[in-house]
Design a protein around this ligand. Structure first.
Ligand SMILES: Cc1cc2nc3c(=O)[nH]c(=O)nc-3n(C[C@H](O)[C@H](O)[C@H](O)COP(=O)(O)OP(=O)(O)OC[C@H]3O[C@@H](n4cnc5c(N)ncnc54)[C@H](O)[C@@H]3O)c2cc1C
Length: 446
């Protein structure tokens, strides 16, 4: 279950502006660290040489979609390309829902059906079956956002347990997922990280969180279900990391069950990963590592600037990409102890991981290596990887339409055109439709 799924899209204009003033020190950052040069063609060629997989193969990417649903997706992505329309649409949908206007059917047929599996776990069965026909696993992600009260925490807890139980013995659902802020308040986690003394009530809330996390992990352990715990903002991540480390030590002795998430856009994450590996090795457990770049960059930078502490984020995208790929290399090198999931839509990183497996003579389907993407996006990566025999899964968000809207709006924003360029998804769908049309024309001539 992925309660908040805050993969916030990036305003690339803002990013480059902020990025200029970011060469700041950070506690764990090696002081002489060089800011890498942008990836040039030569580097790119080195990374993608000897490719045995082709992410531009749209026939494989969209094999699960008939031409009607592809045209529907084409229409949706062409609307999303239009920046102003997304902003306007977001505003009007929110307004219409407040006024109780009947917009839900429209949302259901468009954004919701593209990016979500359904309104509840059972609704997702169709998606689970469809993906599994292509050997792609489902990671059910309870994507309800907004509330931060006991009623909501309890609901998230029960929903996560139900997910774990549903996944037991099902190869179609290789992982479950949840977010710690689905179970406890942001404010509590921030206070723990700040080392301010907790009130008795807060102590009690933290204990409740610990018990709930432990119960979920223990249930996962008993059912042999692997579990991701998502990473969140850096100012609450320390207590999350501590809790997850404790769970890994407890439940990962025989096999990797609990996976922490490493956000390689943080300057200190590669080092954290290496230290966690050392600890796991010393204490005799498997390190589960979901590797992502990170979803809260703008928020992180804005807060660091506002409060006057060093920006925890890498100075630029190239530095982030470099650490991401280095983390993959490190994990593959220690694959006996580390189990990874590359949670990324970045084609180069996916190519890089496949090349690393080949280099180290590791079978494509090794149980310690997974790739994961979000449902409704990057099918070119997921389906082509799966076809080539790699372990692949998709986060499939679900929840009542109104409650998953923030998630849907972020997906829409992410797919708007940037600097006049249409989104990758849109272009892929367009070329597949074109390919099908010419295939049909050739057949008609035969
Ligand atoms: C299966 C899955 C699980 C995920 N789980 C989590 C999670 O638990 N926690 C979480 O935070 N995110 C999570 N994410 C989101 C992820 O962190 C990224 O935001 C998203 O996937 C985009 O990054 P990318 O690797 O796909 O590729 P890209 O599109 O190549 O990279 C975009 C990312 O690069 C980084 N970046 C961009 N510009 C700069 C810059 N100027 N300087 C430094 N860095 C920059 C940012 O992290 C940005 O999101 C998950 C994603 C997936 C697919």
């Amino acid at each position: 279950m992925y309660f908040l799924c805050k993969y916030k899209p990036i305003d690339k204009n803002k990013v480059s502006l902020i990025g200029k003033s970011l060469n700041l020190p950070w506690p764990n950052q090696p002081s002489l660290r060089k800011v890498p040069e942008p990836i040039n063609n030569k580097t790119h060629n080195m990374m993608t040489e000897n490719l045995h997989i082709n992410f531009t193969d749209t026939r494989i990417a969209f094999a699960s979609k008939n031409s009607n649903s592809l045209r529907k997706a084409y229409f949706l992505f062409s609307l999303m390309n239009w920046n102003g329309l997304v902003k306007l649409g977001t505003f009007f949908i929110q307004l219409a829902l407040k006024l109780n206007l009947p917009v839900k059917p429209f949302i259901r047929r468009t954004l919701f059906s593209q990016f979500c599996g359904g309104e509840n776990i059972e609704d997702c069965n169709k998606t689970i079956r469809l993906l599994s026909e292509y050997n792609i696993g489902t990671i059910l992600d309870y994507a309800v956002e907004g509330a931060s009260n006991e009623k909501h925490f309890l609901k998230t807890f029960n929903e996560t347990l139900a997910n774990v139980q549903k996944s037991a013995g099902l190869k179609e659902i290789p992982f479950c997922v949840f977010k710690i802020t689905g179970l406890a308040s942001h404010a509590l986690l921030a206070k723990i990280q700040s080392k301010k003394p907790l009130s008795p009530k807060e102590e009690e809330q933290f204990e409740k969180l610990r018990v709930r996390v432990d119960t979920i992990c223990q249930t996962a352990f008993e059912h042999k279900v692997r579990l991701f715990i998502d990473a969140e903002e850096t100012w609450i991540q320390v207590p999350i990391d501590n809790l997850v480390r404790e769970m890994m030590e407890k439940y990962n002795k025989n096999s990797p069950i609990v996976y922490n998430t490493y956000q390689l856009y943080c300057v200190n994450k590669l080092l954290d990963l290496k230290n966690d590996y050392k600890l796991a090795k010393e204490r005799g457990y498997f390190l589960g590592a979901k590797l992502v770049r990170g979803a809260y960059m703008e928020k992180e930078r804005e807060r660091a600037e506002r409060l006057g502490y060093p920006d925890p984020i890498q100075p630029n995208k190239t530095a982030c990409d470099l650490d991401y790929n280095t983390a993959l290399e490190f994990c593959v090198k220690h694959i006996d102890t580390i189990a990874i999931c590359a949670g990324t839509h970045n084609e180069n990183s996916c190519y890089h991981l496949t090349a690393l497996l080949r280099k180290h003579d590791i079978p494509n389907g090794h149980s310690h290596i997974h790739f994961a993407q979000l449902y409704g996006m990057s099918d070119n990566i997921s389906f082509n990887l799966s076809k080539a025999g790699y372990n692949v899964a998709k986060y499939v968000p679900y929840g009542p339409i109104k409650a998953v809207l923030p998630y849907l709006f972020r997906r829409a924003e992410e797919n708007t055109s940037i600097a006049g360029q249409t989104s990758r998804e849109f272009n892929l769908i367009k070329s597949e439709l074109k390919r099908r049309k010419s295939e049909k024309a050739v057949k008609a001539h035969q």
